[in-house]
Ligand binder design. Sequence first.
Ligand code: FAD
Ligand code: DHB
Length: 393
Amino acid sequence: MRALKTQVAIIGAGPAGLMLSHLLHLAGIRSVVLDRRSREQIETTIRAGVLEQNTVDLMVETGVGERLKCQGFNHHGFEFRFGGEGRRIDLYNLTGGRSVTVYPQHEVLKDLIAARLAAGGEIVFEAADAQILDIGQAPRVRFMAPDGALCELAADFIAGCDGSYGPSREAMPAGEREDYQRIYPFGWFGILAEAPPSSDELIYARHDRGFALISTRSPGVQRMYFQCDPAENPDDWSEDRIWAELQARVSGNGFRLKEGRIFQKGVVPMRSYVRQPMQSGRLFIAGDAAHTVPPTGAKGLNLAVADVFVLSRALERFYTAGTADGLEAYSATALRRIWRAQHFSWWMTSMLHRFADASEFDRRRQVAELDMVTSSPAAARTIAENYVGLPLH
Ligand code: FAD
Ligand code: DHB
């Protein structure tokens, strides 16, 4: 048995775990990050794309924003498309100068991994069978290192940043936890295509055939999604069929998407989920380990970053001032923002998707709601404030 020791043991090298390790390092606190995946897998998995202003500011302020500043696309607005026409939400003017940036999640992860390794940080990739042994007086995580050695990592605290299916959530005693969730009866079919952008800004479209989202990755690569059955098999969808479906859902006013070769496709399920509290003993959970949002509000990655911002501040206070009040308040502080984002993500989802059991009344009410949020400045501001994200401080 190889015995290791650190101050904070972090399970998961996603946005939550890596950002936490980076922020702790800047505060002079040691951590070890474990992930069961390889560095290559982590750096190539395609997921989120939209960063809130807060996430961008935090990356820039903490020295991991150089590539983001050059390669990210700053967006001052987005479009709701319904009834055959587009209506713009002017994020910038409605929020007093705030905006979002399109920069893929795996690029954020590359930047964080590079920064941690350059600073001598320890990330154990391909750490198998991670098991939380104690979340009380002697927190410990056991795992198998890639060379086959059995390791035991002792720490003051454990941060569970291991996503929706990791061991942290399960390590919390059954009697002390509550789960809240909603499963949606649809998923998103996502594609990456070699094509020029069809629009300068993102398009969130509502159509009687279902929702569609037109996003981007670079001048030559576009990211698009359309609502589908969660059990849909991507292999049943030819390129022609995918383009016909997307074109139908954004049609109107002569608008056409620019088509190109589709080189990646997949289906993601949709749900809303919250586990609370986000602490048990010396175990703190953050990011997708504690919550899931449907992707319609683009909140998942940003919430993960906001959680660990709060957690890093609380740990810093513990180590520098010797007080645990920040740690005791962590769950309640993080949950307030999480429930706000849960509401927003559910709202966006329910306004834009086709529900199989919806009546004609429901469909007309949905269009009336979209009409309101795109014509009332007060309602548009509510959308814009939530989309760019509430300030972290
Ligand atoms: P994860 O990214 O899931 O990281 C968890 C890590 O823990 C992983 O690296 C995993 O390998 C590791 N792990 C798991 N189990 C173990 C174990 N047993 N031992 C060791 N390691 C383990 N969010 C947005 O903000 N904006 C968007 O535009 C957006 N779009 C999305 C589009 C899609 C298609 C999807 C799928 C998600 C999208 N999201 C979006 C959500 C976002 O990707 C997640 O919310 C985000 O990845 C959460 O980060 P995390 O660090 O909490 O968890
Ligand atoms: C992307 C994903 C989202 O969930 C979203 O709301 C906007 C953009 C994207 O992958 O680009």
